[in-house]
Design a protein around this ligand. Structure first.
Ligand SMILES: C[S@@+](CC[C@H](N)C(=O)[O-])C[C@H]1O[C@@H](n2cnc3c(N)ncnc32)[C@H](O)[C@@H]1O
Length: 206
């Protein structure tokens, strides 16, 4: 059997110890990410039955599963280039957010309707160079905001993953021109050593 690298061995050990990983396994959830969305939703009440939701960076499907249970009768469009485990009513678009082909497919599915909620848990491929990774995650957050400008209804909500660091404060300040309320939150299920945070922007103006 191939020998594991030290970093993958460390990752495995951390996974075994992690409370939310164990909870996800016990509760039959696809990933520990499930708890991040659950905690954001418990705090801000962003997901309601019947909504039209666009989920960016959906694989492997932890958030998708949570959304399917809460939307009951709404519409969920889930985007990722990797496989998403989901129910048959979820509209999966395979590809990268920001690509024209993906945009056209979203347009076709929405057929002129608007969204209530745009969620992004998109994460860049981590290079290990902090400035590069920060720029990449901010680019993904920009794509998410562009999607809001295109398809989010007035009063709608955006929730997007980012990293604490260069450019985040300025980006959040800019969002306040387009949303009534903007909060930066770190759910308990997000590892304390990670710079990951979520921006929850409510009451879209334009
Ligand atoms: C942290 S994972 C998402 C976990 C997911 N929320 C869950 O609960 O299972 C990040 C995902 O973002 C996806 N991603 C990164 N860039 C993307 C892009 N431009 N468009 C769509 N997905 C992207 C990756 O493929 C990866 O699956």
């Amino acid at each position: 059997m191939a020998k594991r690298s030290k970093s993958s061995e460390r990752w495995l050990q951390r996974q075994r110890k992690d409370y939310f990983v164990r909870q996800a396994q016990k509760g039959g959830h696809i990933s520990r990410a499930h708890y991040k969305l659950e905690q954001i939703d418990q705090r801000y009440r962003i997901i309601k039955p019947g909504q039209r939701v666009l989920e960016l960076g959906a694989a492997p499907g932890g958030w998708t599963h949570y959304l399917e249970n809460k939307l009951r009768g709404g519409m969920l469009i889930a985007i990722d280039s990797l496989p998403i485990t989901c129910g048959q009513d979820t509209r999966v678009v395979e590809g990268m957010a920001g690509d024209e082909v993906v945009d056209r497919k979203i347009d076709d599915i929405l057929d002129g309707e608007q969204l209530d909620l745009v969620l992004s848990d998109m994460a860049p491929t981590i290079s290990g160079v902090r400035a590069v990774d920060q720029a990449r995650v901010m680019d993904l957050a920009d794509t998410c905001f562009e999607y809001c400008q295109r398809w989010l209804r007035l009063g709608g909500v955006m929730t997007v993953k980012s990293f604490q660091g260069e450019g985040l404060d300025t980006w959040v300040a800019g969002l306040k021109k387009s949303f009534d309320k903007v909060n930066v939150t770190k759910p308990k299920a997000s590892r304390s050593e990670s710079r990951e945070v979520f921006v929850v922007a409510m009451g879209f103006g334009d």
